[in-house]
Each structure stands twice: as structure tokens, then as C-alpha cells.
Design a protein around this ligand. Structure first.
Ligand code: SF4
Length: 158
């Protein structure tokens, strides 16, 4: 039986070692490698709603007001923690405990020993692939500024 082939890696930015996430522990990554790992899906910027009875959380189609709904990147990434007090910084130390992260999240995948999917930009070289072939919900979201939460809550009760 022939060994399983890993996908080619045309997406590695200049200065980064191709396939670095396969050999380097998260803790050993440079800031550039860490940032490059993000697939840009924006799913972590979608607001979760918690069922008060069961404690279960579900992903809403409402996004943080700082998520650019076209690029699906934070509009003020450098100041995100100042802008949004409960914006969680994903780190090598906490990523395994952030159960609300999507299963497709690159940090989560690598932390649990999985390879990146074929649509990840570091693998295929196309930053759009996360939106066209990956889990991104681009085009389906509204900003939290567009939502009347009182009306939403009222609607749910009816
Ligand atoms: S869910 Fe993970 S991979 Fe997707 S945007 Fe957030 S941090 Fe990046």
C-alpha cells in the first residue's frame, strides 16, 4: 500500500517554512506563523446565544460589529480587546479549552494534532477558498448593529 500523500503547500507566505504547523508546536510558533494560521473564516466573531435552560450555545447569524462582512477580518484587529471587552485572545495555553471555537478552526485543529484542510490558505494558496469551499458564512451574516435584540427576544417567545 502506498503512503498517504499530504497536499502540496503553495500557500506558504514568504519567510515562513512550508508546513510549519506540522512540525512546530503552537507554543514554538513565531507571531507571524501564529497569525498566518488563522483561516479567516470569522466564525469566532459570530455571536453565540446560550440556552438558559440547558446551557447549550448555538451560533447565530449575527456578527460582532467590528467584523468586516466583506473581508471577514476584524476592522480593528490591533485594538480588538479594547474595543470589545469580552473578545477572547486565542493562545497556545487556552486554545484546547475554548470549546465554543468551531471544529474547523485552524488553531483548534493543530492543537489537537490534525492537519489543515485543503481549503486553508496555507495549503491551497487562496485566501478566498475558506469562503467558497470552507465553513465561512460570508454573505449570510448581519452586524449586531443591525439587530434589534429586544425584538429578537420577543420573537423567540411568541
Ligand atoms: S475560528 Fe479560528 S480560524 Fe476561524 S477566524 Fe476565528 S481564529 Fe481564525
Amino acid at each position: 500500500m502506498s503512503p498517504k500523500r499530504r497536499p502540496r503547500l503553495p500557500g506558504t507566505p514568504a519567510g515562513l517554512e512550508p508546513g510549519f504547523w506540522r512540525t512546530k508546536p503552537l507554543e514554538a510558533m513565531s507571531p507571524e506563523e501564529w497569525e498566518a494560521l488563522c483561516d479567516g473564516c470569522g466564525l469566532c466573531c459570530q455571536i453565540r446565544v446560550e440556552d438558559p435552560d440547558t446551557g447549550e450555545t448555538a451560533l447565530s447569524d449575527v456578527a460582532c460589529r467590528f467584523l468586516d462582512l466583506c473581508s471577514h477580518r476584524c476592522r480593528d484587529y490591533a485594538n480588538r480587546h479594547r474595543n470589545v471587552s469580552d473578545c477572547v485572545a486565542i493562545t497556545p495555553a487556552n486554545v484546547r479549552d475554548l470549546h465554543w471555537l468551531p471544529h474547523s478552526c485552524a488553531y483548534r485543529l493543530v492543537a489537537f494534532g490534525f492537519d489543515l484542510p485543503a481549503w486553508h490558505h496555507l495549503v491551497c494558496g487562496d485566501p478566498e477558498a475558506v469562503h467558497t469551499r470552507g465553513p465561512s458564512m460570508r454573505g449570510e451574516l448581519v452586524s449586531e448593529d443591525e439587530v434589534d435584540w429586544a425584538e429578537e427576544a420577543l420573537g423567540e417567545e411568541c
